[in-house]
Ligand binder design. Structure first.
Ligand code: ADP
Ligand code: MG
Length: 475
């Protein structure tokens, strides 16, 4: 095929493969400029492609190079390299009819003597079991993951995995609730490994299932296996969805073993500890537990504030510390929630052009919380006291009273911790409810429990379970 046509065909394929924003931003306006023949036969020819800006050039060069090259190579039928040059050209815009049907656009641009490779061939997915460049979210990098306190260790472990794939912790399993940053961390490992030229697949387990089902249907299981076994790093997200799916687990088990045997890194995210994935086959469970299993937790208040500040900085806006604190205080379930609140507040203040004060933020947070709490009463201090006491086989009076035996004191501090985490009460209000104690006593109790949570896994599980029960309003 002529080089120029190959570029057009490659663009049409890329339009299908990439998400729209990526394609429109970086590739739609590119033009074919020249083909530089290789110095020696068998070596790669270089496609010289015109782009509109140096920004587009850098991005294509650094982020999309391999996806583009792979597609182009398949279309062109031989090894290729790419070179991007800045090129401003009015014709570019005129070239593309304004329709949204890439196939038709492609045909419209075909010269009369169209080369013999049929269209469906050119638009087919790559024939070789080549690496699908994983579509990693460009925002999910290590440097955008703010670390502090509870997640320090986890972050270091993830970095160690990325720095020394398959040699430190293999598999590396991260588990924890929704919106705490598991996907972000998995993809950060992916980015770091890709940057060093390793072949990475990031895949949510549902997509792995779909892929497998399609391979079985199309009788391409051999290709499926090659694909997943020819990589350096496999990142499987939300593994909980393969629990209970026998044939998928079977295939995954073999994939896992093949990769592990050949010293390839496997990273897994789950919403629960593998032990608690009830329908996971034992042999997979024991494989997972043979690696490093770590949980991810909601970062403490200070870190949540730091996350907000980094987001503000990223967007080039100024958000007062007191506003960040207001948001960070309210978002106590996940970073996703923090993100939701932040986005709302930024959007609303931009729309209404109000200054971003603490009061504005508070009002917006209120509005945001109302629908969420619809039909559900807020958690009261009384509920926390009752349920914590009950859990420890004590009475609420024990917790609010003066006695200071070890057992009572421990339960009291847990109740203070929970009161601060899941009710709206301020420290002095909590102190009052605990028999007129000072807010520093409450804070001391809170910190004690937070510390213990870091040290003691079992304690943390128990506390989390109690917290869930209170939030669900069980008795
Ligand atoms: P999960 O996969 O655990 O449900 P995600 O990885 O999707 O959670 O994280 C939810 C959002 O919170 C993402 O936008 C992510 O970038 C952000 N996020 C989570 N943890 C952090 C952190 N420590 N620093 C910055 N952003 C974070
Ligand atoms: Mg996720």
């Amino acid at each position: 095929m002529e080089a120029q046509d190959a570029w057009k065909a490659a663009l049409n394929q890329l339009e299908i493969q990439l998400d729209r924003a990526n394609f429109d931003t970086w590739l739609r306006d590119t033009v074919f400029l020249a083909l530089e023949a290789p110095d020696e036969p068998d070596k790669a020819a270089t496609f010289v492609i015109g782009v509109r800006s140096s920004y587009a050039r850098d991005n294509l060069q650094h982020r999309l190079y391999r996806s583009v090259r792979r597609v182009l190579r398949d279309v062109y039928g031989g090894p290729v390299e790419l070179q991007f040059q800045i090129h401003k050209c009015e014709e570019t815009a005129a070239l593309e009819p304004a329709d949204d049907m890439p196939l038709f656009r492609y045909m419209a641009h075909q010269p009369a003597d169209t080369p013999s490779v049929p269209l469906y061939e050119q638009l087919a997915p790559p024939r070789q079991p080549d690496l699908p460049e994983s579509h990693l979210n460009p925002r999910y990098t290590f440097d955008r993951f703010i670390v502090g306190g509870v997640n320090n260790l986890l972050f270091s472990a993830a970095q160690a995995v990325a720095d020394h794939p398959a040699s430190v912790y293999n598999p590396f399993v991260v588990y924890g609730g929704v919106g705490l940053g598991k996907t972000h961390l998995l993809q950060a490992i992916g980015h770091a490994c890709q940057a060093r030229g390793l072949r990475v697949i990031y895949i949510p387990s549902e997509a792995f299932i779909n892929d497998l089902v399609a391979a079985i249907r199309n009788r391409t299981t051999a290709m499926f296996r090659d694909k997943y076994r020819s990589i350096d790093v496999l990142l499987v997200d939300d593994i909980q969805f393969i629990a209970g799916k026998e044939s998928t687990q079977e295939e995954f088990f073999h994939t896992f073993n093949a990769l592990h045997t050949f010293n390839k890194q496997i990273v897994i995210a789950s919403d629960r500890h593998p032990r608690q994935l009830e329908q996971l086959e034992d042999r997979l469970r024991s494989r997972f537990e043979g690696g490093l299993v770590m949980d991810i937790q909601l970062p403490e208040f200070e870190t949540r504030v730091a996350i907000l500040e980094s987001w503000a900085q990223e967007r080039g806006i100024h958000v007062a510390r007191s506003v960040c604190e207001t948001i960070a205080e309210r978002a106590h379930t996940s970073i996703r929630e923090l993100e939701g609140l932040f986005t709302q507040i930024v959007a609303k203040t931009q729309l209404s052009q109000q200054p971003l004060t603490r009061a504005t933020a508070e009002r917006i947070v209120e509005q945001y919380e109302r629908p969420r709490q619809h039909g559900k009463a807020r958690i009261t201090l009384e509920q926390v006291l009752n349920m914590t006491a009950d859990h420890h086989e004590l009475t609420p009076k024990d917790l609010t009273g003066k006695r200071r035996t070890g057992r009572i004191n421990h339960a009291r501090q847990i109740a203070m911790y929970l009161a601060r985490e899941i009710t709206d009460a301020s420290l002095p209000q909590i102190g009052d409810a605990f028999g007129g104690r000072s807010h520093t006593t409450v804070l001391h109790g809170y910190n004690k429990v937070a510390e213990l949570m870091e040290e003691d896994d079992n304690f943390r599980y128990e506390l989390m379970a109690l917290r869930e029960r209170i939030l669900r309003g069980e008795d």
